[in-house]
Design a protein around this ligand. Structure first.
Ligand code: T5A
Ligand code: NA
Length: 213
């Protein structure tokens, strides 16, 4: 058996609601698989776990929770998968994740919780090698199927979330680890742009796995 020298890359797709994350994750998954890459797709929140079910009920407006309580549950829902992300990466599997801690920071700080408080519970999670932020304009977002059904899907809040993502991006700095992609474009154009950034990581990376933040 060949020795595994590179670990798998950790790729995160972030963005506003309806920015096309799930659509693009599916396309990327197919493209990676047809390139022979060992890849696993994750999604946070994972609504199937015990914690995820509480989150799901809150998002569907079937229950109420304090803003801080729901923030901590979103974070706990990531910690539930942290060790399996890490072991997959070490085994050479590419992890593609639909949303991550940046959503937690952007959505909760947009609701008015202090930014540094919001960051704290995710400190120590595996850090992505690249985060691709799908940036959709409020006009394009409102036109997309299903917008408005869930709790955070209001234009004014999404504008604050968009500004919060900008702050997160500024603090993540350069180095190609945070990339803003125009998600108003057609699906195929967005997919091509994502592939341009993901392809160089498809065969793994020699970089040590970092932690947030
Ligand atoms: N949240 C999440 C927090 O507050 N804290 C946290 O820590 C985390 C992790 C649920 C909510 O939870 C919040 C953020 C969210 O408000 P979710 O389950 O990921 O998060 O739900 P959504 O983000 O709403 O995910 P969606 O699946 O609804 O949206 P996607 O995945 O961005 O968009 P997608 O691909 O489903 O596409 C939406 C529609 O647009 C069309 C699609 O066909 C579909 O109809 N579309 C396009 N149309 C035109 N042009 C394109 N390029 C298009 N791409 C897709
Ligand atoms: Na949604």
């Amino acid at each position: 058996m060949p020795e595994v020298t590179k670990r798998g890359a950790f790729v995160v797709i972030e963005g506003l609601d309806r920015s096309g994350k799930s659509t693009q994750c599916t396309l990327l998954l197919e493209q990676l698989r047809s390139a022979g890459v060992d890849v696993k797709l994750l999604k946070v929140p994972d609504r199937t776990t015990t914690i995820g079910k509480v989150i799901d009920s809150y998002l569907r407006k079937e229950s109420e929770l304090d803003d801080r309580a729901i923030h901590l549950l979103f974070s706990a829902n990531r910690w539930e998968v942290a060790s399996s992300i890490e072991s997959s990466l070490r085994a050479g599997t590419l992890i593609l994740c639909d949303r991550y801690a940046f959503s937690g920071l952007a959505f909760s700080s947009a609701q008015g919780l202090p930014y540094t408080w919001c960051r704290a519970p995710d400190a120590g999670l595996p850090a992505p090698d690249i985060t691709l932020l799908l940036d959709v304009s409020p006009e394009a977002q409102a036109k997309r199927g299903g917008f408005g059904a869930e709790r955070y899907e209001q234009t004014e809040l999404q504008e604050r979330v968009r500004a919060a993502f900008e702050r997160v991006g500024d603090e993540m700095g350069g180095g190609g680890r945070w990339v803003v992609v125009d998600a108003d474009a057609e699906q195929e154009a967005v997919a091509r742009e994502l592939w341009r950034h993901v392809e160089p990581l498809a065969q793994g990376t020699d970089e040590p796995l970092r932690r947030l933040w």
